[in-house]
Design a protein around this ligand. Structure first.
Ligand code: SAH
Length: 324
């Protein structure tokens, strides 16, 4: 999955295959930008501060966030330095057109050590998962060999990690582990517990860990066989928010959410802003409202997508997150 996605993002136009929230409505990036300015105040308004985005795609979210911040939060705009975590040379070039002053990184390790606000939309779902299958009293791991699925028994010491939450495993259950996402959350959790750092992660997946095969391949906006088009289709898997929250907490950070994307964006003024934009576009006022509905409607992206924040210990509730 790691190799296929590296080839995919380096050689294809992912936005021909799938559509993400920032590409649906400019309000998504605007809201995340203003959220970041509140998070910055929560950290004591440090200057300078790194505004980091992981997996920025075309750069649309960052461009919309910066525009909103320059207008509504000029102090934050003056303090921030943009850092983008991106491995695809092709996407880096699109991002450079929208955020020319950014610094690029392959991962979190080369970011400056000081205060940081990190945003990521549909980044964790692209990181490679491992899949394990319950067979008899043990587990096998699924691999790919010569274009076919292959199962091999796994070390018994992995097994304690593989019990689906809340029940005993059943024959044939598939359990997924995202070690790359866990590593990312551990690094974020360590930064949030030691330095002034807050992260907002928006992605898709259930609130509680669930057994099941969530690997999905998309080409031209249609599901396809993950093995048939390796490197030419987008591969994602559900994000296990509960598992990742546990990792961040284990590193000393506090976690807020996850909350459904619809509730999160609606609480932060999605529809008020969309209506304002609609009034400015009399030719097609419905388009802005329809885009907002797509982000918030539970039957579209409003429920399956979730927002989760990683913050320093004892951080008060951040915008859009109810007090726990
Ligand atoms: N956030 C964007 C794009 C989501 S697609 C949006 O919402 O539109 C996933 C993004 O993560 C792409 O920019 C892709 O190149 C990047 N990406 C995928 N795997 C990565 C990895 N291992 N390291 C860094 N970036 C990665």
């Amino acid at each position: 999955m790691a190799r296929a996605n590296a080839i995919y993002y380096a050689t294809q136009d992912p936005f021909a295959d799938f559509t993400t929230a920032p590409e649906i409505s400019q309000v998504f990036g605007e809201i995340l930008g203003l959220w970041a300015s509140h998070a910055w105040q929560q950290l004591g308004s440090p200057a300078p501060v790194a505004l980091v985005e992981a997996g920025p795609g075309r750069g649309t979210l960052m461009a919309d966030a910066l525009r909103a911040v320059r207008r509504a939060a000029p102090d934050f705009a003056a303090a921030l330095r943009v850092h983008l975590i991106e491995t695809s040379p092709r996407l880096k070039a699109s991002q450079a057109a929208l955020a020319p002053d950014a610094a690029w990184h392959d991962d979190l390790t080369t970011l400056p050590a000081g205060p940081m606000i990190l945003l990521a939309n549909e980044f964790l779902d692209a990181l490679p998962i491992r899949q394990f299958v319950r067979r008899g009293p043990g587990w096998t791991e699924r691999f790919v060999a010569a274009g076919q699925w292959l199962e091999q028994p796994v070390e018994p010491d992995l097994a304690p990690n593989l019990v689906p939450q809340g029940r005993a495993p059943a024959e044939g259950d598939i359990v997924e582990l995202n070690e790359a996402a866990r590593g990312f959350l551990a690094a974020l959790g360590q930064r949030a517990s030691r330095h002034a750092a807050i992260a907002l992660l928006v992605d898709y997946g259930p609130e509680r860990s669930a057994a099941g095969d969530s690997l999905q391949a998309l080409a031209r906006k249609r599901p396809t066989d993950p093995l048939r088009q390796a490197g030419s289709a987008d591969l994602t898997a559900h994000v296990d928010f509960a598992d990742l929250a546990q990792v961040a907490c284990g590193c000393g950070a506090s976690v807020q959410g996850p909350v459904p994307q619809g509730a999160f964006l609606t609480a932060l003024g999605l529809f008020q802003r969309a209506e304002r934009l609609a009034r400015g576009q009399p030719a097609d006022p419905e388009a802005q409202i329809a885009a907002a509905r797509r982000l918030a409607d539970p039957a579209a992206m409003g429920h399956l997508f979730k927002a989760m924040a990683i913050a320093p210990p004892n951080c008060p509730p951040l915008p859009g997150f109810p007090p726990s």
